[in-house]
Design a protein around this ligand. Structure first.
Ligand code: SF4
Length: 254
């Protein structure tokens, strides 16, 4: 089976496949960088990381029918979903927010306490930091869409369980299909590992551009982690610059 056919089969089945696009060279500063506290450290050298082989598909796969979808149906299904145990402890589902026809899609891990209470992703101090970092590269929250792997909060903000992510993942896949983003940013370890189907540490995943179903994907530290680890902000800033550079290259090609 040739590679193009293999990818079409995988896409039709909703199975993610990804490949490394490139490792970026050092990226120069952008205006707005200086406005961010803690981001004024010098650029960090990105180490060489071996290419990771994409998952090997089954040899015989029948393409599945892809249903016609829309935002209202999807939002209602999420709001009433009881497909995993998190429905019993949530205050409400957190569908995602922002522009429903954006170029940029940011994907985090799961709602936290404030998100669960407010029904919005990335609120509170971590959300404010993300908003500020986006502003520094010329993006507003209303320009992008932000969603999570899980639509319900895990109790005590524990890591999502595999069965919960498997149960919830179709909703995210449908959001991606509706948005058809030009670039995806995986925010945090869980999101990066889930989207790339790997258990490699985020420190080794970041600093590169991947391709998931023909969409470039960059990895970004979770802002909640950055609030606890100020020394990582310079790397996070590099990662945002890499995402911006990747996006600009896409726009220039079209
Ligand atoms: S986390 Fe996802 S699958 Fe689980 S109940 Fe919430 S919406 Fe449904």
């Amino acid at each position: 089976m040739d590679n193009t056919t293999r990818l079409q089969y995988l896409e039709a089945m909703g199975i993610e496949s990804w490949q490394l696009r490139y490792t970026p060279p050092a990226i120069s500063d952008l205006s707005g960088f200086q406005n961010l506290k803690g981001l004024d450290a010098p650029p960090v050298e990105i180490p060489e990381i071996p290419v990771i082989a994409p998952p090997i598909p089954p040899e015989v796969i029948q393409p599945a029918m892809i249903p016609v979808d829309n935002w209202d149906t999807l939002q209602q299904e999420v709001a009433t979903c009881r497909q995993c145990g998190l429905c019993q402890t949530r205050t409400q589902t957190v569908f995602g927010s922002g522009n429903k026809n954006p170029d940029w899609l940011f994907i985090g891990e799961a709602p936290g306490e404030q998100e669960d209470l407010q029904g919005q992703p990335f609120v509170g101090a971590a959300g404010a930091l993300l908003t500020e970092m986006l502003r520094a590269i010329g993006l507003k929250r209303e320009d992008i869409f932000i969603a999570n792997i899980l639509k319900c909060r895990p109790p005590g903000n524990r890591d999502p369980h595999v069965d919960e992510m498997n149960a919830c993942r179709p909703f995210l896949n449908r959001q991606i299909a509706l948005i058809q983003p030009k670039i995806i940013v995986a925010v945090g370890r869980i999101a990066a590992q889930q989207l790339l189907n790997t258990d490699i540490a985020i420190g080794k995943l970041r600093g590169k551009v991947y391709e998931v179903n023909n969409t470039p994907l960059c990895v970004f530290y979770h802002p909640a982690y950055l609030l606890r680890s100020l020394s990582q902000k310079a790397k996070a800033w590099q990662d945002l610059q890499l995402a911006l550079k990747t996006y600009q290259e896409i726009k220039e090609r079209k």
